[in-house]
Design a protein around this ligand. Sequence first.
Ligand SMILES: NC(=O)c1ccc[n+]([C@@H]2O[C@H](COP(=O)([O-])OP(=O)(O)OC[C@H]3O[C@@H](n4cnc5c(N)ncnc54)[C@H](O)[C@@H]3O)[C@@H](O)[C@H]2O)c1
Length: 381
Amino acid sequence: MPRGMRIGVAKEIKTDEYRIALTPAGARELVLKGHEVLIETTAGDGSSFPDADYVRAGAQIVSLDDVWSRSEMLLKVKEPIEPEYKRLREGLVLFTYLHIAADEPLTRALADSGIAAVAYETVETDDGRLPLLAPMSEVAGRIASQAGAYFLEKPLGGRGLLLGGVPGVSPGRVLILGGGIVGYNAAIIALGLGAQVTILERSIDRMRHLEEILSGRVSLVMSSTLQIESSISEADLVIGAVLIPGARAPKLVTREMLKEMKQGSVIVDVAIDQGGCVETAHPTTHSDPVYVVDGVTHYCVANMPGGVPITSTKALTNATLPYVEEIAEHGLARAVAADRALARGVNVLDGKIVYEAVAEAHGLEFTPLEEVTESAAHFQS
Ligand SMILES: NC(=O)c1ccc[n+]([C@@H]2O[C@H](COP(=O)([O-])OP(=O)(O)OC[C@H]3O[C@@H](n4cnc5c(N)ncnc54)[C@H](O)[C@@H]3O)[C@@H](O)[C@H]2O)c1
C-alpha cells in the first residue's frame, strides 16, 4: 500500500482574497485516507474556519515557511505572487488557479523553479467542461442579480425600483447577455426576486436546454446587435455573462447603446475578467464596486466570488477535492495518466511549458506533457 502524501494549504496573501483551498471537512477526508495535512496558521480565518477546526479534523497548524518547505503538494486558491516566487521549488506539486497565459513573470518563475504546476482553470473534461471554474461562475451569477437589485435602489444611485415589484406594480426587467453557467445562475436568482427575465444567447442548443430547465419562465431570444439594441432600452438591469473560450469577451454593449438605456439603470458586467462585454466597463473592486457612465451604474468587480468567501471556499473545495484525492493517492504521474481532464490541468512541469496556449501566449517553447513525463522528477515514483 502506498504511503500517504503530505499536503499543505497556504494562506492567501493577495489583496481582498479571503478564500482557503481546503475546508476542515476536506482536511478530515484526506486525513482519513492516510494523508498528512499541514495548514498555514490563520489561513482559514477569512472564510470563518479557525485553526482549531482544522486541528479537530486531524490537520497540523504550521508556519508559512513550513507549509511551503515541508509539503509534497501545496494547495492554494490564487496564483503565487512575487513575494512567493522564491518559495517555488522542484519536487513540489502546486495545485491552484494560475491564469498564467496572462502572466509571463509567473510563467517564467514556475518554469525556472522546476515545480509541477497544475491549474484549476485548465482542468477540462473530454466534452469541454471546466469543472473547477464552474462553481465560481455559479457564485458570480447569483451575486450578479443580487448586486444589481441592490444598486437599483435610489440612495445608491439607482432608478429606485424594486426588481420584484409588488401586487399591482409591474416587476423590473432583467436582460442577461449569455445563458451559460453565469447567465443561468443570474436568471434563477432574478426569477426568485420576482423580476421579468430575458436571456439573449447565441447557441440554439443551449437555449433549448434553458427552455427545458427553466420551464418557460424566461424569454429566450437569439443574440444579435439589433436585438441587444432593442432589448437594452427596456431593461432596468443588464447582466453581461458571455464567454468565448480562449478569447477576450466581445463588446456587445457599445457606448452609443448606453444613451438608449433608462437613467439609473444598472449594468453588471461579470465578463469583466475577460475584458468585459460592455465598452464602458473597467474592473472594479469589492471596496469600490460601482461607477456611473451616462447615467448608468456599472458594477464590474473582477473577483465577485471573493466577496462571499464562506460560500466560495466550500463550493471550490467541493469541486477540487476529488482531484486532490487522485493526486494524493496515486502521485501526479499515475493520476494524470488515468484522468485526461486532470492531465489538461498541468501547465508547467520540470522546467517545460506543457500547456500549448500558455507557451503561445509568451512565445515560449511548448513541450507535450507526454514528452516530459518520462524524465520529470515528479513522475519517477
Ligand atoms: N467577475 C467574476 O468574478 C467572474 C466569476 C466567474 C466567471 N466570470 C466570467 O463570466 C463569464 C461567463 O462565464 P460562464 O462560466 O457562464 O461561461 P459559459 O461558457 O458557461 O457561458 C457563456 C455563454 O455565452 C454565450 N455567448 C457567447 N457569445 C455570445 C453572444 N455574442 N451573445 C450571447 N451569448 C453569447 C455562449 O453561447 C455561452 O452559453 C466569463 O467571462 C467568465 O470568465 C467572471
